[in-house]
Ligand binder design. Sequence first.
Ligand code: GDP
Ligand code: MG
Length: 450
Amino acid sequence: MSGGGDTIAAIATPPGKGAIAIVRISGPETKALARRLVQTKRPLRARVATYVTICDERGQRLDRALAIRFRAPHSYTGEEMLELQLHGSPVLAREVMRALLACGARLAEPGEFTRQAFLNGKMDLHAAAAVADVVSAETSAAVRAAFANLGGGLASEVERIRESLRAMLEELAAAIDFPDEVAEPPRPRLEAGVAGLLERLERLRHDGELGQLLREGVGVAIVGPPNAGKSSLLNALLGSDRAIVSEVPGTTRDTIEETIAIDGVPVRLVDTAGIRAHADRLEGAGIERTQRALAAARIIVLVIDGSVPAGGESTELLARTEGRERIVFFNKADLGTRGCPVPPIAGSVVGSVYDGRTLTALRAAIARTGWRGERLDLSRPHLAALHEFEAVNAAIDALEGACAALRQGHPMDFAAGELQRAFSSLGHVSCREGAEDIIGGIFSRFCIGK
Ligand SMILES: Nc1nc2c(ncn2[C@@H]2O[C@H](COP(=O)(O)OP(=O)(O)O)[C@@H](O)[C@H]2O)c(=O)[nH]1
Ligand SMILES: [Mg+2]
């Protein structure tokens, strides 16, 4: 935890060799550290890259590097900062870190630079969380969505909604407190106003759900009898030979997970061991994992060899996955379709993993089942953190209560109570501070040096 006055340092680039390695330093002692460890002809100027020599605490030269100084409060963290761009050797970066720590800096915790930025009012909590989302995004659509949240536009939209609520509450308060002097505002007008706010909140929530999908992806379990072509399907979708394909039934003994992007949504494909009645014990463990993958997945792709009459395992799996979000895929159509039911099962795909059109149809079926094929280009600020969803859900609930109270002719203070409830919960989204556990939860997802 930042002790307020600490000066923190960290390697900000990923581990391993690279073109450059960046070491970041932030805090009140930054200037003193620079004086000790950075040799320059002229003093470092703010925001100007200067070619310098880095030394250790005993004055021994470590590297020639670029140093950039950021003067407080005009830095990422809002504190005095120094960024050193070293030659990209992990050994060198560690040496520089060691020297910094020897001179009194402290190793930064994950996300501590961004936490400092948040504490110094450089960004709100929503934008701070978006920083981690930009870094961990797995597809370009997910990057765009996280980027939309960096600007802090969510807080302003929520504040505008709160302003409207405040105006309604003031109007109602006058009518409730001075019933003889101030007339009640017309209920249909109030109701229409509340309905408009509800619509805006529901859009934030809907976009938030799309954002969640882009961040977390969709779990797809590929299940089916041995030898149906499950591993072949995973490989074909991946476009590489990740899973072991074999003619011997029961080869895939463990579950294999790979992520592909469909329409910008990360889709986590889990290839499972076939479910067989007479399996040896090793395969049994794989089957147990299959059951778990089946339970955890949002969508099930049930692969059946459609070229031969359906066996007991296919029938059993068809029955077991009924009622789940599933796609039934009858594979090996190049060898015939004797095993495909007539009339076909609704929403099933008949084809072969070796046929591009079949793969296109399967990708489309996953998109339809997972997100109704909706285009997920999310460039508006949206809900992302759990506490934001909770606050907006509570506000939606309260506004629905207010609408009902107005429509059913309940006394005005019923509606006013609900509007007040919505107003307060939305305050948790737009406020600049947050409860310590919420802050902790957000920054625990960061990497060191961010
Ligand atoms: N002819 C044909 N063979 C296939 C097709 N899909 C898979 N296979 C073959 O079926 C066998 C079993 O495939 P595999 O992916 O290991 O099945 P799994 O046990 O369900 O994972 C392999 O020999 C594959 O080459 C297909 O569409 N057509
Ligand atoms: Mg397999």
